[in-house]
Design a protein around this ligand. Structure first.
Ligand code: ARG
Length: 461
């Protein structure tokens, strides 16, 4: 049995708690990182208690000075956690009371850990989400910069991982920038969800004191206050919104990672990863492995597990606070930490990778990537599309039987496909991409136009 008797809620208890229970119940190892937010929230609450006359001005001043000392100790690493510190909230209040005596014992007037913990977590979420918004912008700008640099590099575009039609490398890279733009919208939504202050909701029913919720909300930088105390302490929707953002961003980064893994393979050889983002093999001396890209590919699973983990915790929970909610932080901290590792590494990888323009351009000209362009040409000559499709298919068969691409088609091949009389247009990749001159298409001007639009979007984030 634990001998510790200083639990902040111990009045009603005769017996002490079991060590095994204390170990399970304690959230300090996870939530101690909320110390800045916890002290911030407590200072705002204490000032409000003083301003409204719920506690005396002297007590409010003593609490404020005491909390300053607590935060200094925490920042300096001299704060000593003790065995009974169940979570960061009780640890801060315990230390404050050691420093200030009865003034500290008045801090929790009109407040519960239930509104305190969600207030702290939302404050934390807002700061982290704003930092990640900047990191997301860095990655998006890196993609745009590489796209502009390679606006004239052509690459095979794929469906089913089979070469389909040539595209500009810029078009391919910008596709990822657009995914990140949508991720940013989801992140902004999560920030918005975290913008109403739950402080003052008490344990679940509100407070019996004439507290000023608007005052604490304003001091803590919230846009307003929550309207239902039970919803405020029982919901974790802002965290779910953040995790939904993180999970979807994880999928996008995973796809980007996968792309770089196979582009860097010897079989494809479109890119060479910089040494700084590759690693060697302990046994195989020749290896340069695309580890950063592979880890990005894998982390999507972890991020989606974080989302599904919190969805699971919340499902079926009756209102309002339940201890289950203490587990929320595990998921959001893990997702935020994972993204903090991933985003800068992906940005660096995108910035430093060598795109082998000559290999990509040559690949875009090979084979049958212009087959659809030839069929389109026949349609413009008056052929029904289905007949054009069939004739070009026959030409592809004839050429591939001889082991050549479309540009190597001989008059015999053309005649065999029923195309003997047709004036064959330029079937190079460059003509093909320029023909895709529609909004959203891969023609040069269209790609530059979308680069301008996405660049402006990111500037406005
Ligand atoms: N450590 C707890 C949490 O993270 C604080 C809230 C405790 N509230 C309670 N009613 N036991 O959720």
């Amino acid at each position: 049995m634990s001998t510790e008797g200083g639990r902040l809620w111990g009045g009603r208890f005769e017996g002490s708690s079991a060590e095994a229970f204390d170990a399970l119940n304690a959230s300090l190892p996870v939530d101690r990182r909320l110390w800045q937010e916890d002290v911030r929230g407590s200072r705002a609450h204490a000032r409000m208690l003083g301003a409204t006359g719920i506690i005396s001005a002297d007590d409010a001043a003593a609490i404020d000075a005491g909390l300053q000392q607590v935060v200094d100790e925490l920042a300096a690493g001299t704060f000593r956690f003790v065995a009974g510190d169940e979570d960061i909230h009780t640890a801060v209040e315990r230390r404050l009371t050691e420093i200030t005596g009865d003034a500290g014992r008045r801090l929790h007037t009109g407040r519960s850990r239930n509104d305190q913990v969600i207030t702290d977590t939302l404050l934390w979420l807002r700061t982290r989400a704003e930092d990640q918004s900047a990191a997301l912008a860095d990655l998006t700008r890196a993609l745009i910069a590489r796209a502009r640099e390679h606006v004239d590099t052509l690459v095979p575009g794929y469906t089913h991982l089979q070469r389909a039609q040539p595209v500009r490398l810029a078009h391919h890279l910008l596709a990822y920038a657009w995914m990140l733009d949508r991720d940013h919208r989801r992140l902004a939504f999560a920030i918005e969800s975290a913008s109403e202050s739950p402080l003052g909701s008490g344990a679940l029913a509100g407070s019996g004191f004439a507290i000023d919720r608007d005052m604490t909300a304003a001091e803590l930088g919230f846009r307003g206050i929550t309207q239902n105390s039970m919803d405020a302490v029982g919901s974790r929707d802002a965290l779910l919104d953040y995790l939904a953002f993180a999970a979807q961003l994880g999928v996008h980064l995973s796809r980007l990672g996968a792309e770089f893994v196979w582009w860097s393979s010897e079989e494809v050889g479109f890119v060479v990863l910089e040494d700084a983002y590759a690693s060697g093999s302990s046994m195989l001396p020749q290896k340069r492995n695309p580890d950063a890209a592979e880890l990005a590919r894998a982390k999507a699973s972890r991020l989606s597990a974080d989302l599904s983990g919190l969805l699971g915790v919340l499902s079926g929970l009756p209102l309002a606070y339940n201890k289950d909610l203490q587990d929320d932080k595990h998921y959001v901290f893990d997702a935020a930490d994972t993204l903090d590792l991933l985003l800068p590494a992906m940005t660096g990888m995108v910035q430093t990778t060598t795109f082998r323009a000559e290999v990509m351009n040559a690949a875009a000209d090979e084979g049958f990537l212009a087959a659809t362009d030839l069929a389109d040409h026949l349609v413009r000559e008056g052929w029904p599309f289905r007949r054009a499709h069939e004739a070009v298919g026959a030409l592809v068969r004839a050429c591939s039987e001889r082991g050549t691409g479309l540009v190597g088609a001989t008059p015999e091949d053309l005649a065999a496909a029923g195309l003997g009389d047709v004036a064959i247009p330029d079937l190079g990749a460059r003509a093909s991409v320029e023909a895709k001159d529609v909004p959203g298409g891969t023609a040069r001007e269209r790609v530059l136009a979308q680069a301008d639009v996405i660049e402006q979007r990111v500037a406005d984030w």
